[in-house]
Design a protein around this ligand. Structure first.
Ligand code: GLN
Length: 196
């Protein structure tokens, strides 16, 4: 929380689908910061790592010292995170494959697990009761060259699944989605992030 006690969301804005997340936070009545350097991260309490190209986001984050600042903020308990698709990949366990994962969420992500851009689909995402927040039990999610969660640890909970596979998970102060809730007019995941 900021000094005033309000959440101050940010979106890592180096590459990828930044704008739709800014729009989600606006719709929730929260002022949102586009984060391009470590200075802008200082006042942010909740950060979206957006979808895009994980290799590019990893490279630019390292170039601007943002990867270290995000790790530091998360580990110090100052920053809650939501990794979306490419951003989710980066939060995972480093298994020696490029791009190097940041090891924040105890989960392993296989990149491009469903194939190329041509295999991108809309699929129904079923939410667990705790993730429904009084709303619908499912919605249609956009899976765009999506990764697959191939393993996750004991402190990671599944909040959403599609075709029986986990696609939305939560760890301590961190959410990860293999699809794009921000492209479905779905605000519940962003609202949940702000409550972390
Ligand atoms: N395929 C991309 C990657 O591996 C992720 C795609 C996305 O973020 N929609 O980085």
């Amino acid at each position: 929380m900021t000094a005033a006690g309000h959440p101050r969301p940010g979106v890592l804005a180096l590459q990828g689908a930044v704008e739709p997340h800014v729009a989600c936070f606006r719709a929730l009545g929260a002022d949102c910061v586009e984060v391009r350097d470590a200075g802008a991260l200082r006042d942010v309490t909740h950060l979206v790592l957006p979808g895009g190209e994980s290799t590019t986001i990893a490279r630019l984050s390292a170039l601007f010292g943002l990867d270290a600042a995000i790790l530091e903020g998360y580990r110090a308990g100052r920053l809650a995170l939501f990794g979306v698709c490419a951003g989710a990949i980066l939060t995972g366990v480093d298994d020696g494959v490029r791009p190097r994962r940041w090891g924040l969420l105890d989960a392993r992500f296989e990149r491009n697990a469903y194939g190329t851009q041509l295999s991108s689909t809309r699929r129904r995402v079923e939410l667990t009761p705790s993730a429904r927040a009084g709303g619908s039990a499912s919605f249609v999610g956009a899976f765009i060259r999506a990764p697959r969660i191939v393993a996750f640890g004991a402190d990671v909970r599944v909040l959403g699944s599609s075709n029986g596979e986990p696609v939305l998970v939560e760890g301590p102060r961190i959410l990860a989605a293999t699809f794009h809730p921000e492209l479905s007019g779905e605000l519940r995941v962003h609202r949940r992030l702000l409550a972390l």
